[in-house]
Structure formats: structure tokens, C-alpha cells
Design a protein around this ligand. Structure first.
Ligand code: UDP
Length: 465
């Protein structure tokens, strides 16, 4: 018998592990539950080994990957922000995208990610319905959707963002904590965000990797139909199952097996976060001072605030351990395990010995922590992480905040305080209670017939029409 061809979903995405991971989870559900085939189209300027290994994690029966040819970007200034690079690369890749999409059989719907909205033009030309996949939360989505209006209303050149920022249903965000790349109105990245905010409205629907219990006010506001704004579908939390890992990684799980329940703080700044040298040292000394157990994914410092090198490659160039204070590894060897660059994070979070995560508050890490029932110590670095931290600490109540002192440095005493509080203190206990409540709601959302499934069913119905 001739096998019926599956309708295909084409997804175009900008680089970044944090973008790829939830898109792959979405692809799995579309293939397994909804009978689609999925093709992910990536912009080529950044393929990393980690990205390739994640892309090859799906069997090729109904899944494929196209990497668009690299485009020249050397005319961009040296201090260009990553959001600008991604947006520019998208525009310059449109002819190649058009070519690739036209050659791809059976495509019924096109999905763009948060920085590749200019691809909507190509989808329109080809008569394809086009949707947006938004990999982070409703607070960030609401902000970007409102940004064109905020920009139009801005009168004060130096303070174009309101203080605090109040978005419908969202926890108010103090100005300094608002999405980092839009703080500087004169930077190209700001203009790109305003531009994307306009283009988001061209989508036929917006799929968001969040769920109502973690940001109920925003969910109520955005799930209500609004003229001129596409419907929002809450398809989250899309997170990876605890993964099987290689030998080196399995070693850290064996180490966890030997630690008491809920006693270890897992320290991770996501796929690309790095600390300045002085901060790296202060964190180390604070962990030591806390006397608590820790599992720390150590990356080489970058003395800029954002290290796009690490963002793209994941691997540190230099041996990260040599930046740690003298004797630190020896002094803490009974309570701490250091791993370079990359940990099997979901497996670590689900391990019974894990008692908390010190996190940069990237949205995938946040959702993974919630699903594993692990409370957070918030140490935001860049992108939307500071506003996430505010919402998770003051809004959802699942995070403790590490407070920076003078010069933006979190001193060792504060590190030690937060770590002790997390593992042994009352604040830690309260955050764990709260995360347990959210965990249950998240799991409810995900079960058969749950809200995430219903939301995706609704949007898929549109695609199959
Ligand atoms: N991750 C991992 N091991 C690491 C660091 C990160 O598996 O050592 C994964 C993590 O589980 C998450 C993703 O990489 O799924 C990072 O995404 P997130 O949104 O938290 O942060 P980003 O990397 O985008 O800043």
C-alpha cells in the first residue's frame, strides 16, 4: 500500500540552544501526536556541536533539518548585539529561504521564531499560513507586542521605558530590570525589537512556551481575543525529559547518587552565560563559605557582560578551572563537583539529591526547574533574564534573589547567604512549597487532555483545515 504523505510544518529559527530545545520538543509532539512531518530550517552562521547533536536527536522518519548557507555579516559593527546579528542574518537569508521552502514538498504551515519574523514575507509570497513560536514567557511577549506603542509614546529620550513597566496582567517590572537589549534606545537592537513587535501581529497565531499557573495574570490578558493581535496558544511547558548522557556527564550523576537528598545546589548559567573574572572568583568563595554541597558548571570568564562566543559554541575556549581561586577545588573537593561547560541538566534537576538551582533564569532552565520541582536562586545575566527573575521571585514566589552590591558584583557573603537560605533556610522552604504547587499544575497541563494539549489541538485544527 502507498503510505500517505504527511503534511509538513516548516520552522525557521535563529541560532541558540535555548531556541532550539523547545522547538525540538514541539516538533516531537507534532510528529508523534499530530501526524505531521517537521523540517527545521536554521541560519548557518553558528552551527555548534551541541546544536548539531540536539538536531540529530530526532529519528529521521518524519524529521529533517536544512541549514541555510552562511551570509556575510562582516559589515556589522564589532560591538553589534546578538539580536541585531540574528535579525540581519534573517533578512540576508530570505532568498535562500525562499528557495529552500519552494523546494520542500507538502508544507502546510510555516513557523518563525522570535527574531526571524522577516521570513513572514516569504511565507506570504508562497501563500503559506505563518505562525510565531515564542520560546520564552508571556511577560516578554507582552512587552515586545507593546513595544511599538511604548516607542510611539516615549517623549523623554533617556527614559523611553516606563518605570515601573506595567503590562496587562503582568507583575510590574522596575525599569532597570526590563529586557536588557531594549534599555539603550539608540542601539540597533532596540529598533529591531520594535520592528519584531510590529511583525508579531502579522502572525496568524502565536505559540508560547509557557502555562497559565506560572503567570496567571498575563495568561488571562493574552488568551483573551484582542482585535489586531493574533490569538495566543499556551503550549508549554515544553521541556526535555531527563536525558541519557555520555560517560563524563554520567559521572556527575553518580556523584549525586552519593549525596544526601535535597542537599546539593546545582549552579548553571544556561548554554551561554559567563561571569566576569572577579565575579567568578566571588561566586567560588561564596559557595565555599556557605559550607553547602554544590554541582557547578564552570565556564571561562568573559570580561564583557555577554559572551557571544560561548552563546554559539557552548564550549569554553580555555580550561575554565584555571580561573578559579587558588586552592578552591582542593578545599571544596568533599562537598563540590566542578564540571566544565555542560551538564545533563534535566537529569541533574530530577535527581533526588538536588536541592536547588542557582540559575541565570533562562526560560528553559526555569521551566525545567518547575517541572522537576526545584526552587531557584536567581542570578540573571542578560536578555530577558532580569525581568524573569523579578517575576519568579516577587510574582510566582519560586525564586530567591542574589543581590548585587556596588559595581554590580554579588559579594561572597551574599552568595553564601542565598545558598544557605536555599538549602537550609525558611525562604528556601517557602520557595520549594510554591514550586511544588506550580509543578503539579504544570504536570496537569501536560497530561492527556490537559491545557497544553488542548491549545495545540486548537492550532493544529487550523493547520489541517
Ligand atoms: N543546558 C544543559 N546543560 C548545561 C547548560 C544548559 O543541558 O550545562 C540546557 C538547559 O537544560 C536548557 C538550555 O540548555 O534547556 C538553556 O536554555 P535557557 O533558556 O535556560 O538559557 P539560554 O541558554 O537560552 O540562556
Amino acid at each position: 500500500a502507498v503510505q500517505q504523505r504527511r503534511p509538513r510544518v516548516a520552522v525557521c529559527m535563529t541560532p541558540g540552544i535555548g531556541h532550539l530545545i523547545p522547538i525540538m520538543e514541539l516538533a516531537k509532539v507534532l510528529i508523534d501526536r499530530h501526524g505531521f512531518s517537521v523540517t527545521i530550517i536554521t541560519l548557518a552562521f553558528s552551527a555548534s556541536a551541541t546544536q548539531s547533536s540536539i538536531l540529530s536527536s530526532l529519528p529521521s522518519d518524519h524529521f529533517s533539518h536544512i541549514s541555510l548557507p552562511p551570509v556575510p555579516l562582516d559589515d556589522l559593527p564589532d560591538d553589534v548585539r546578538i539580536e541585531t546579528t540574528m535579525s540581519e542574518a534573517t533578512v540576508r537569508s530570505l532568498p535562500a529561504l525562499r528557495h529552500a521552502l519552494s523546494a520542500l514538498p507538502d508544507v502546510v504551515v510555516f513557523i518563525s521564531d522570535l527574531f526571524s519574523t522577516d521570513t513572514f514575507s516569504v511565507a506570504s509570497q508562497l501563500g503559506l499560513p505563518h505562525y510565531l513560536f515564542f520560546p520564552t514567557n508571556l511577560l516578554a511577549l507582552s512587552l515586545i507586542l507593546h513595544l511599538p506603542a511604548i516607542e510611539a509614546a516615549a517623549t523623554d529620550h533617556d527614559h523611553h521605558l516606563p518605570d515601573p513597566l506595567r503590562l496587562p496582567g503582568c507583575f510590574p517590572i522596575p525599569r532597570p530590570d526590563i529586557l536588557h537589549p531594549i534599555q539603550d534606545r539608540s542601539n540597533d537592537a532596540y529598533r529591531w525589537f520594535v520592528h519584531h513587535g510590529r511583525r508579531y501581529r502579522e502572525a496568524q497565531g502565536i505559540l508560547v512556551n509557557s502555562f497559565d499557573a506560572i503567570e496567571p495574570g498575563a495568561a488571562a490578558a493574552l488568551c483573551e481575543a484582542e482585535p489586531g493581535r493574533p490569538p495566543v496558544y499556551l503550549v508549554g511547558p515544553l521541556t526535555r525529559k531527563p536525558e541519557k548522557s555520555g560517560d563524563e556527564e554520567a559521572e556527575c550523576l553518580r556523584w549525586l547518587d552519593r549525596q544526601p537528598p535535597r542537599s546539593v545546589l546545582y549552579v548553571s548559567f544556561g548554554s551561554g552565560g559567563t561571569l566576569p573574572k572577579a565575579q567568578l572568583a566571588e561566586l567560588a568563595l561564596g559557595l565555599e563559605m556557605s559550607g553547602q554541597r554544590f554541582l557547578w558548571v564552570v565556564r571561562s570568564p568573559s570580561d564583557g557582560e555577554e559572551n557571544s562566543e560561548a552563546f554559539f559554541t557552548v564550549q569554553s575556549k580555555a580550561d575554565p578551572f584555571r580561573f578559579l581561586p587558588n586552592g578552591f577545588a582542593e578545599r571544596t573537593q568533599d562537598v563540590g563537583l566542578l564540571i566544565p561547560s555542560w551538564a545533563p541538566q534535566t537529569a541533574v534537576l530530577h535527581h533526588p539529591a538536588t536541592g536547588g538551582i542557582l540559575s541565570h533564569c533562562g526560560w528553559n532552565s526555569t521551566l525545567e526547574s518547575v517541572v522537576a520541582g526545584v526552587a531557584m536562586a536567581a542570578w540573571p545575566l542578560f536578555a530577558e533574564q532580569r525581568q524573569n527573575a523579578v517575576m519568579l521571585a516577587a510574582g510566582a514566589g519560586i525564586a530567591l534573589l542574589a543581590k548585587a552590591g556596588e559595581g554590580g558584583l554579588v559579594p561572597r557573603e551574599e552568595v553564601a547567604r542565598v545558598v544557605r537560605e536555599m538549602i537550609e533556610g525558611e525562604e528556601g522552604k517557602a520557595a520549594r512549597r510554591q514550586v511544588e504547587v506550580l509543578r503539579e499544575k504544570a504536570l496537569n497541563n501536560l497530561k492527556v487532555g490537559g491545557a497544553a494539549e488542548k491549545a495545540l489541538d486548537d492550532v493544529v485544527k487550523e493547520w489541517k483545515r
